[in-house]
Design a protein around this ligand. Structure first.
Ligand code: PLP
Length: 216
């Protein structure tokens, strides 16, 4: 199977309201170009350095999404071009993104990462921390970032019921905020192994790597 045929096959199964982020981390630029030639314009990377290098080499009409955990001291390397930062999980990080966005005279779109998995290792806020952040004075004064929604990763398990429960939990938090905040339009959940289930649970953005580019 080629990257192109994988991509087209996945796209056919996605509802119109669901955006596909092609997760190209660790893959060479030649693979990304193959996806680009097949029409893909949104790419997701999990390391800022790697994303910045690929940004330099790839065509300009690409949306670059940072899907990995972001270190505060690296924000400056992506602030001029990143389209959406998925994994924001602290006010401190948001403040830094805001600062670097301001320096670049931009508004940077972000998603807040919510911890829905059972594993301790996955980053993210719980619902109370999310509400504290959104209601804080500091947050309200950040004019160069916009929170467009939420992102989450389910537990790495074969248990579909568990994954579904976690996705529905995230969707319920998302729904509560989106009724009062019209900026909240994006719910980023679902990867190669679970994106169909994620879409059934209300995902509007799926992050798919290995099903497009092959195993890493
Ligand atoms: C790697 C990664 C993905 C894609 O995973 P696949 O299983 O290869 O589709 C999605 N989201 C995040 C946050 C990732 O790090």
């Amino acid at each position: 199977m080629s990257i192109k045929s994988n991509l087209l096959e996945i796209k056919q199964t996605l509802p119109e309201n669901v955006t596909l982020v092609a997760v190209s981390k660790t893959k060479p630029v030649s693979d990304l170009l193959e996806a680009y030639e097949a029409g893909q314009r949104i790419f997701g990377e999990n390391k800022i350095q790697e994303m910045a290098e690929k940004f330099e080499e790839m065509p300009e009409d690409i949306e670059w999404h940072m899907i990995g955990h972001v270190q505060t001291n690296k924000v400056k390397f992506m602030a001029s071009f990143v389209s959406l930062v998925h994994g924001v999980d602290s006010l401190k990080l948001l403040e830094e993104i805001n600062k670097q966005a301001l320096k670049n005279n931009r508004i940077i779109d972000c998603l807040l990462q919510i911890h829905i998995a059972e594993e301790d290792t996955k980053f993210g806020l719980d619902e109370a921390e999310l509400n504290d952040l959104l209601n804080s004075e500091t947050f309200k004064n950040l004019n160069n970032i916009k929170i467009k929604g939420l992102m989450g990763m389910a537990t790495f398990t074969e248990n579909q019921d568990q994954i579904k429960k976690e996705f529905l939990h995230l969707k319920s938090i998302f729904d509560k905020i989106s009724v009062v905040n019209s900026d909240f339009t994006t719910l980023s959940m679902g990867m190669s192994g679970d994106y169909q289930l994620a879409i059934d649970c209300g995902s509007t953005m799926v992050r798919i790597g290995s099903s497009i580019f092959g195993t890493r």
